[in-house]
Design a protein around this ligand. Structure first.
Ligand code: SIN
Length: 288
């Protein structure tokens, strides 16, 4: 498959998730057909990797607008490179320890309208470390037995941002402890992707505190089982960063995990933009 005029092939990176796109310069304005083809490739492969990019903050924001509506990161906890805070900096360097994200999660799923697509542009990366892993939550749903599907399909779950405050309390990082997190939200356990129409599991062991009507203690084993199934090795793409990589992922059908295996002070700098999302819609609405 090719994405359009001037663009090369879409090459899958694993059987279940991830594709590489070549022949695109994201610093140039994209024509409508190319932008549409990139969205289609993202919806098909969930994670897209485009290497060799050198982007200003505005160019990254302009590219993000081809994917969705650029919005500030919901936490607004990091320095923005532009006045509206649409392109923010995630950084580890001497004197500045990056916040940990080494847990499987979907970005800010505690928000009422969680981010749809996240886009990272790698500026500086520790060689061979700081990889990011992604898993396919459509496929996770398909891997469940019919019995477990029937149990989960009508459920909702609570997603609580307090997990972020606790994370920041435990570690000496650049992310503030008095973080202004959104209030908890209730989301369907199986959501329907607004573009593909496909059902995807939408829980993660970081933000999801409990299934509605169950305690956290009762919920935890099932949340962990979902994570285990979702992160089976053949359902995961692990990205080893190179400077200049742009990687985007669809939070509505993926979880990710940022490895934290680099040293304090080892330079890692990412520029991040976000395409805004919508309230998750249930894949299997309850019948009255
Ligand atoms: C994240 O978990 O959202 C950050 C990913 C990364 O820094 O690789």
């Amino acid at each position: 498959m090719t994405v359009g005029p001037g663009a090369g092939a879409v090459t899958p990176l694993t059987a279940n998730i991830g594709a590489h796109l070549d022949g695109i310069d994201l610093s140039e304005p994209l024509d409508a057909d190319t932008a549409e083809a990139i969205r289609a490739a993202l919806f098909e492969h969930i994670v897209l990797v485009i290497g060799g990019q050198d982007l200003t903050a505005q160019q990254q924001i302009d590219f993000t607008a081809c994917i969705g509506t650029p919005v500030p990161h919901p936490l607004a906890a990091r320095p923005g490179m532009d006045p509206d805070g649409l392109c923010i900096v995630f950084e580890n360097r001497p004197g500045l320890r990056a916040a940990r994200n080494d847990f499987w999660h979907s970005d800010i799923s505690c928000a009422s309208e969680p981010p749809a697509v996240s886009i990272l542009h790698a500026v500086t990366v520790p060689e061979g470390r700081g990889d990011t892993m992604f898993c396919n939550m459509y496929e996770a749903w398909e891997r469940l037995s019919s019995g477990l599907k029937a149990l989960l399909a009508p459920l909702t779950a609570e997603h609580d941002g307090d997990a972020l405050r606790k994370r920041n309390l435990e570690a000496d990082t650049d992310s503030p402890v008095d973080l202004d997190v959104p209030p908890p939200s209730t989301h369907p356990v199986v959501r329907r992707h607004p573009a593909t129409g496909r059902p995807a599991l939408y829980t993660n062991t970081f933000f999801t505190s409990n299934f509605t009507g169950m305690t956290a203690r009762e919920s935890r084993p099932l949340l962990e089982l979902i994570e285990q199934i979702a992160t089976e090795p053949d359902n995961v793409y692990r990205h080893r960063w190179q400077p200049g990589d742009v990687v985007m992922w669809d939070n509505r059908c993926a979880m990710h995990y940022a490895n934290y295996d680099y040293d304090p002070g080892e330079p890692r700098r990412m520029h991040r933009t976000t395409a805004g999302g919508e309230r998750p819609i249930p894949a299997f609405p309850a019948t009255p």
